[in-house]
Design a protein around this ligand. Structure first.
Ligand code: PMP
Length: 391
């Protein structure tokens, strides 16, 4: 009898399964709109020139070695990353009550933050938007949260935010629940609250004593402006909130596989920093001991470059093509949404039809990654959407 004979087959991870299917497909015009990874106008992955240059400089720097980093990571990186999010002049930075922990990309930041909230603070309930990035639930559950609940976010009817539903669900959340908020460029819908709506959201979070846990995976990538894409987190800090923010450098630096992330912690009282750091140290030590240095060295060496303009341009081209071929319906949401993803409004059957009939790989939820669109495949995709919604 094997130790493993009772192991059940787990469900596939949709986005990875889709990429495999795409790779195995030999149809010439196939298109991958599944995975959220930047592509050039020629549809190729791209290593930023600034990253190549930093890697060359690092390779030639004989002062660097392969010793362990501290458990909480490279300080030059965590300081730079924290300031990139909060701003040099942030009250929390100036008052020494904000710090960063270098973690394994955005996912690692969410996991370490969630472990702290569940295991050290004893938090039990977390809220996530419906829909949200596919991994939030798994990460928070595995970190020790007892219950995950949805707050309403997307209105099928308006193809935009269901603000009333959102705010009502927050109002009804039990005190001390943790609320996952996308800092900008909501994944998968591409629809963010307006500034006025954020002000109301912050008011309810304060009134109901909820804990804001921001997820910032697209700073600089969404609008092309680092400050604008961080403005909501900065607003919360100015309002005096204590918060966590999971910062990923996968997308804005194109460092997907280097796993560079920063967990930003903002506290009320600078005197609590040492205690909180010590507890996070224990969590990390028991998980993976300390983080890798390569990606963090690249990020701390150089300023960010953004790839947002090509994506904004592809939104314009897709909408134009859909309208040109006479696709029924209103497609203005394609250009109103921001960031890497678009919630097309295609339903599950239509999305599956796109994959099966047209070899255009997209999630069943109707989410497409704008990065997979290029000037040479956008007309093909638009035609396919038109045929799909009319048939
Ligand atoms: N949060 C959101 C909303 C995301 O879209 C992603 C990446 N798809 C992540 C977190 C984390 O990605 P990573 O762990 O690669 O940084």
């Amino acid at each position: 009898m094997s130790w493993f004979s009772d192991v059940q087959l787990g469900p596939p991870i949709e986005v990875f399964a889709l990429s495999k299917q795409y790779n195995d497909d030999d149809f010439e015009q196939k298109v991958n709109l599944g995975v959220g990874a930047y592509r050039t106008n020629e549809g190729k992955p791209w290593v930023l020139p600034v990253v190549r240059a930093a890697e060359k400089a690092l390779a030639n720097d004989e002062t660097l070695n392969k010793e362990y980093l501290p458990v909480l990571g490279l300080e030059a990186f965590t300081t730079a990353a924290t300031k990139m999010l909060l701003g040099e002049d942030s009250p929390a930075v100036i008052q020494n009550r904000a710090f960063g922990v270098q973690v394994l990309s955005g996912t690692g930041a969410l996991r370490v933050g969630a472990e702290f909230l569940a295991r050290v603070l004893g938090k039990k309930i977390f809220y996530y938007s419906n829909p949200t990035w596919g991994n939030h639930k798994l990460v928070f559950k595995n970190a020790g949260f007892v219950e995950g609940r949805e707050y309403r976010y997307w209105s099928e009817k308006n193809r935009g935010l269901d603000f009333e539903g959102f705010i009502t669900d927050l109002r009804n959340a039990p005190e001390h629940s943790v609320i996952i908020l996308h800092a900008c460029a909501h994944n998968p819908t591409g629809s963010d609250p307006t500034e006025e709506q954020w002000i109301q959201i912050a008011d309810v979070i304060r009134e109901k004593r909820l804990f804001p846990f921001f997820d910032s995976a697209y700073q600089g990538f969404a609008s092309g402006d680092l400050i604008k894409d961080a403005s909501i987190v900065r607003y919360f800090v100015k309002q005096g909130f204590e918060l966590f923010c999971a910062q990923s450098f996968a997308k804005n630096f194109g460092l997907y596989n280097e796993r560079v992330g920063n967990l930003v912690v903002v506290l009320d009282n600078p005197e609590q920093v040492a205690a909180v750091k010590s507890q996070i140290t224990l969590l990390v030590r028991g998980m993976y001991s300390n983080p890798p240095s390569h990606g963090a060295r690249i990020v701390s060496r150089d300023n960010i470059r953004t790839m947002s303009s090509r994506i904004i341009e592809m939104r314009r081209l897709l909408r134009e093509a859909l309208e040109r071929v006479g696709t029924p319906g209103d497609w203005s949401h394609i250009t109103q949404q921001i960031g890497m993803f678009s919630y097309t409004g295609l339903n599950e059957i239509q999305s599956e039809n796109m994959v099966k009939k047209y070899h255009i790989y997209m999630l069943r939820s109707g989410r497409i990654s704008m990065c997979g669109l290029t000037p040479s495949n956008v007309d093909y995709v638009a035609e396919a959407i038109k045929d799909t919604v009319t048939s």
